[in-house]
Structures are given as C-alpha cells and as structure tokens.
Design a binder for this molecule. Structure first.
Ligand SMILES: *Cc1c(COP(=O)(O)O)cnc(C)c1O
Length: 388
C-alpha cells in the first residue's frame, strides 16, 4: 500500500526508548538494539524477588560489553562458561570472587588460567572434570550439577548436563579425596520456565538429593538454582519480582537454612531489553494452490534466531501493516540452507499486505540472538548489535 505524500502514513507506536530509537533510523542489515537501562530495571526487579540469593548473570545470554559493565555497577555477579566470558567480566571490573566458571565441560588450560585469575568456584558433573579441576585449580570450591528429571520449560536443557543422585553422592566424595572443596549442588530447571509453580517438581527432586547428601555427612553450603526466569514472548508470564519471590518461597520451604543461594538468570535479565529490526526480503507462494505464503526475512536460524529450532520460542513480530487483515504464513531466513525455516508447523499470522522491503520488529529478542549468530554464513553478516 503506497501512501501519497502528506497522507496518513502508519508508523510504529513509540512505547519505549527502544521504539523511539528505531523509529527515525534506517538500518541496512538486521540489527539488535539493546536498551541497557531496561537491563537495569530487570536486574532490580529480579533482585527484589530473589531476596538473599546472589544473582550471577549468565553471560552467554548476551555478552554485550555495556550490559556487563552496567551489571558490574549494579553489584551483579556472573556465571561464565569459557575463558573469553571470564575475561570479559574481569575486564569490566567484576571481582574474581564474583565470577563462577559454571560450564561442566572445561578445557584444562582454561581451568588453569581461570585459577591464575583468582576464580575459585567451578561446576562439575563428572569424575574426569573434577580431576581436571583438582590438577589445575587445587583446593577450589566446586558444586556438582544435577540432572533435571522433569522440566516444564519451553527450552529444556535436561539431558546434556548434570548427573544423577548416586553419581552426585560419589562425586562429592571424589572431590574431597582430590583435595577440592565440594560446597553444594546446582541444577537448571530449563530455560523459559513460564510459571513459578513449574519449579516445584524439580525442587522436590533436588531437595531429596540435598537431604541425602547431608545425611551422608556432607556439609553443603551452596545451592545454585540456575536460570529459567522467563521473558514475554506472547504467552502470559508473571512479573519478574513476583516470579522470583514465588520461586524463593518454594526454595525456602524445601531448603531451610542453606547458607548461600545463587541464581543465574540469562534470558529473564536481557530478553525484554532488546528488539531486532529486520526486513522482509520476499513474500511468495510456491504454486497457485499453495495454502500459505512464504515470508522470507533478512534474518534467520543462522543469523540470530536459532531458538526457533523446533519452533520452541515463538517471537512476536510487528509490522506497519498490522491493522490490515492477517493470514497464516511460513517464515524463513535468507540463507541457502533448507533448515533455515523459522515457523512452519505452526504458521505465523502476518498481514496479507506484507511485502518485500517492509520493516519487521522482532520483540523481546535481547537473549540468545547475537550469541547464536554465525560469523558470515552465505555472506550474511553477523547480527549487528547497538546498545543505547
Ligand atoms: C544458560 C544457563 C543459564 C541461563 O539460563 P536462562 O534460562 O537463560 O536464565 C544459567 N545457568 C547455566 C549453567 C546455564 O548454562
């Protein structure tokens, strides 16, 4: 639909600093715009609910330097997965004692490097990992990651990480025998766990193991509850403070008296602080009989929208034609890979008038987008990031 000069031209509603920033700018490639003040709001909201738990921001969700710097100012701690993430946190002023090396799969030389930097808290879920830590970070504090048996999360992490109860018991003994200081357990309830009560089955499982370890004589002081704090993707979620407070109530009811609790929000800290500005590249039908249009964007599975895998995370798209009649479409990215389809099993509703060149805003995309963007697949540049 063309608009004559001077005629009413639709524009995106300006409801936030992000909206105001993108409204009067042109972008020549897909761009993630992050409002770092919004990260601060979210940190404060989560902190208000988490009470005595320490927040260790999961750096992988979005490692933009400005985010790390702001969180350091706010007193956040950090959970890092690699040498580079640790280096980033330390270079922005985090104290080594405030950075945990939480990946259960670490390179021996990175453990040694982290130990040299003063990192003292490490995760493990296997005997071999404990041996590496004992050899390269002697005497370090370690926590054992437990496998989560039931997760109601939209993006579960259950199978790859953690160990079962019996293995965990043995690993506590092994850690001690290796001269390490086993301080507790960690788990991850699954990313995007939409409601606080969904934590209960996982917490029941964890508290049974915690009790068994105490009964076996282990003096545990640390419970690391991981991430899972949700972002708004169109389905209703609790406000962050209410959500975090409800999770803490569930925890205090099961782990009375635990000395230290740490939480590692990633998505819940940064997703709602970001919007991606993208563009429609093509709208087409494969045949006259094709039920659905195909809408190809300039961003796809390999350039930031990896979490559309399995259509697990359903982003919200906004266009200037949203007042027009809507219809279902299959959405895909621009690359020459047939896996680069975003939504097909459950088609998305987009305006029937949508066409190439139209701007598309993808809401609440501050988490797990820039970090999942490939370097230059097919010559498409990595997702550009602007922090305001
Ligand atoms: C990814 C990750 C997190 C963050 O999870 P969210 O669901 O994004 O909050 C926290 N802890 C660990 C160990 C992780 O791997």
């Amino acid at each position: 639909m063309m608009h004559a000069p001077g005629a009413f031209a639709p524009s995106f509603a300006v409801k936030s600093r992000l909206d105001a920033y993108v409204a009067d700018r042109d972008f020549d490639k897909p761009t993630l715009v992050i409002d770092v003040d919004r990260v601060e709001t979210q940190f404060n909201a989560l902190k208000a609910g988490l009470g005595r738990a320490d927040i260790h921001y999961a750096v992988k969700a979005n490692p933009a330097r400005e985010i790390i710097a702001r969180l350091v100012d706010l007193g956040s701690h950090f959970d890092a997965a690699s040498r580079e993430e640790i280096r980033l946190c330390l270079s922005e002023g985090a104290a080594p004692s405030e950075v945990s090396f939480g990946n259960t799969i670490k390179r021996a030389s990175d453990i040694a490097w982290a130990h040299d930097q003063g990192i003292t808290l490490f995760a493990a879920d296997a005997e071999e990992e404990l041996e590496k830590i004992a050899a390269h970070a002697p005497g370090a504090r370690v926590y054992i990651r437990l496998i989560v048996e039931v997760s109601e999360a939209d993006w579960p992490l259950s199978r790859k990480f953690g160990c079962d109860r019996d293995t965990a018991m043995r690993l506590l003994d092994v850690a001690k025998a290796l001269g390490l200081n086993p301080v507790g357990f960690s788990f991850h309830v699954g990313s995007q766990t939409r409601r606080a009560e969904m934590w209960a089955p996982t917490l029941d499982q964890m508290s049974a193991i915690w009790k068994a370890a105490k009964d076996a004589g282990h003096d545990l002081t640390l419970l690391n509850i991981g991430g899972g704090f949700p972002a708004f993707y169109g389905e209703e979620i609790q406000a962050p403070t209410d959500y975090a407070a409800a999770v803490m109530d569930l925890i205090e009811a099961r782990f009375a008296g635990v000395a230290q609790i740490m939480a590692e929000p990633g998505r819940g800290m940064v997703a709602e602080a970001g919007v991606i500005v993208a563009e429609v590249m093509l709208v087409s039908r494969k045949s006259d009989r094709d039920m659905h249009r195909w809408v190809y964007l300039d961003i796809g599975r390999f350039s930031g929208l990896a979490e559309t895998e399995g259509e697990a995370i359903r982003y919200q798209f906004e266009t200037l034609r949203d007042a027009d009649p809507m219809g279902p479409c299959i959405m895909a990215g621009p690359s020459c890979d047939s896996a680069d389809v975003l939504y097909e099993k459950r088609p998305m509703q987009l305006p029937l008038t949508l066409k190439s060149g139209d701007r598309v805003l993808i809401r609440n995309t501050g988490a797990y987008t820039s970090t999942y963007s490939s370097v230059c697949f097919n010559g498409f540049p990595p997702l550009d990031v602007v922090v305001i």
